[in-house]
Design a protein around this ligand. Sequence first.
Ligand code: PLP
Length: 346
Amino acid sequence: MDALGVTGNPSSVHGEGRNARRILEDARETLAVRFGTRPERVVFTSGATEANAFALHALRGARRLIIGATEHDSIRAHARDGTVLRVDRHGVAEMDALESLLGQGPALAALMLANNETGTLQPIGEAAALCRRYGAVLHVDAVQAAGRLPVDLGALGAHSLALSSHKSGGPLGAGALLLSSDAPAERPLIEGGGQERGWRGGTPALPAIAGFAAAVAAAVDADRLATLRDAIEKAAMGQGAIVCGAGAERLANTTCLALPGVRADAQVIALDLEGIAVSAGAACSSGKVTASHVLTAMGLGALAGQAIRVSLPWNAEADCVEAFSTAYERMAARLRPALAGAAAGA
Ligand code: PLP
């Protein structure tokens, strides 16, 4: 809120500009400390889509691109000439497959820390050690894990991390790419007025960046949400739901519930009418009714079009379990007879 009242541009030398610059550098320091890199290796962006694009552009060089099969579309969009790394049925990337791909020559691998649809965690430490052994570079999309789990670029051993303010509880419109001290970053994605040490041209969105840092500083581990998530899963399974990725280590706040035979978009609409906000697949693409590429990669077949993603906010309390369970039961009761009727008529 304080930053909203600052009218200076952080690049200006006058007092107002210096005030703005101080807020910007404090935010940079907050992210550097929290996520394990040096402040001068934090580059603010408009969000994680840009941070991912920036990483793949800056770190690519002559390297082959390897991307996890369940990556977010902001990574997949760059993978037309890349190789897809397969995942197992829980959504965990296969490390032996990664190793054999790394053995084929210099590579840039992109793997997410936590999946946005299922919450499945990837073995990033192991992937980073493999990448380093083969002289490869590893970019990690840490959007969903940041603010929910301890995330430290140095400890993970990766070369870069993409973050998004609004996934950590901050305002929309800010993100960051964090680079390790040995990341072989070569060229900026956006050239311009030399902001962000020449790494990202354009006036930084100061209020959003300040809010991003404030949210990061205030973030608490999401572990306590596991109890609520488990209760939600139990209620949904009582209605016939299948928890996707249940066999993997997962984020405590996210669950992906497939209801066999009931289209995901119908579930989303029915739950919305009950006052429950969930999404089918990735929220940013929930306008389209396509099967989730994440669940398809996990080999879930038709269930990939019948699953909703439920994420609990940091401040969720026990009463959300009852609200969700009641709504889910009513949704299942409403949609299943229609399904049975359609099948009988067919
Ligand atoms: N990566 C993951 C895993 C995400 O979940 C998202 C957004 O949902 C993004 C990247 C894109 O982030 P942004 O909306 O900040 O561009």
